[in-house]
Design a protein around this ligand. Sequence first.
Ligand code: KG4
Length: 344
Amino acid sequence: MNEIKEDAYILAIESSCDDTSAAVMRGDVVLSNVTASQAVHEQYGGVVPELASRAHELNIVPVVDAALKRASVTKEQLSAIAFTRGPGLMGSLLVGVSFAKGLAASLGIPMVEVNHLQGHIMAHFIKEDGVEHSDPQFPFLCLMVSGGNSQIVKVNSYNDMEIIGQTIDDAAGEAMDKCAKVMGLGYPGGPIIDRLARQGNPKAYNFSKPHVPGLDYSFSGLKTSFLYTLRKLVAEDADYVEKHKEDIAASFEATVVDILMDKLYKATKQLKIKRVALSGGVSANTALRQAFNDYAKRYGWEIFIPKFGFTTDNAAMIGIVGYYKYLDKEFCAMDQPAFSRTTI
Ligand code: KG4
C-alpha cells in the first residue's frame, strides 16, 4: 500500500437512495461533486426501490467519469475509494458498493466504508478551494433531519457520535412529504412546502404538537391532525386547499420547525453545549435556517449550517468521512456487505 498523504485524491461514491453521486476530494477539499437525481419517482409520489437501483446502474459510470473529469484527476492518481455502505435501500446501495469494490480492486487501492448518517453530519468539514471555512470544534450537537431520520446527535469526533434524541415514528422530512401529498402537491414535498410557506401566514392554523418525554421526537400525531383538519375544511369547500395552500404550508412548516427547535434547545441546556450544527435534506428549509439564526442570536449559540449543495444526499459528504478514515488507515475488506439499517 502507498504511504498516507494529507493531500491524497479520494473518489467517493454515494448511492443509498435515489441520487447517484460521485465526488473527488484532494484531502479535505472537494474538487468535484456530481449528482444525478432520478425524476422517475415523481409520478409515484415516493421512491420506488427497484426503479432506483436500475437508475443507479445507468448513472454510476457517467457520474464517476464526470466527477473525475471535473476534478481533472485520473483514476490512476486516486489513493482510495470511499463509498456509502449503509444505511439505505439495499438494491441502491449494492450498485455503489459493487462499483467501488470493482474499481478499487482493478486499481489496487484501498477502500473506505462510510456510514451515510455520519456523512450528513461531517458535511460541515468539507472545504472548497478559495472559500473561507471554519470547522465546528468537538464536541458539538447536530440536528440531523432528513427523509428517513430526525435525530439530535452529540458529535465527539468524526467517528464518535451519540444519538441523544430521535424520532419514535416518522422523520421530519417524511412528515413534510406526506402532508404535501395530502395537499396534492408533488414529490418530494419538502421543497414545495418551503416555497409556498414563504408567501403564507405561519399562524393561520393550529396543528397539534406531540408530548414526547426527553429529547425524542414524534411527527405522526401532527400528520394525523393535519389530515383531519384538511378533511374537515375540504368537506365544506372542495377547493379549500388550493385557495389557502400558502397559509396551510406556512402553518404546517412552522409547527415542524417549532417541534425540532424545542427539543434541540432542551438538548443544548441539558448538555451545556452551545455549538450547534444542522444537517440532512430538511436543513435546506428556509424557516428552519431562520430559526437556527434566531436561536443563535437569542441564546449565544455558535451555529453551523451547511451549503445547500451539501445538505441533500451527495458524495462529497462521504468523501470527507472517507478522508478522515483514510488518514487513520481505517480501510475495509472486500467482503464487507452493504447494510440497509443502522444507527450511527
Ligand atoms: O437527506 P435527504 O436528501 O435524503 C434522505 O432522506 O437521506 O433528505 C430528503 C428530505 C425529503 O423529505 C425532502 O422533502 C426534504 O429532505 N427536503 C426539504 C427541503 N429540501 C429537501 N424539506 C423542507 N424544506 C426543504 N427546502
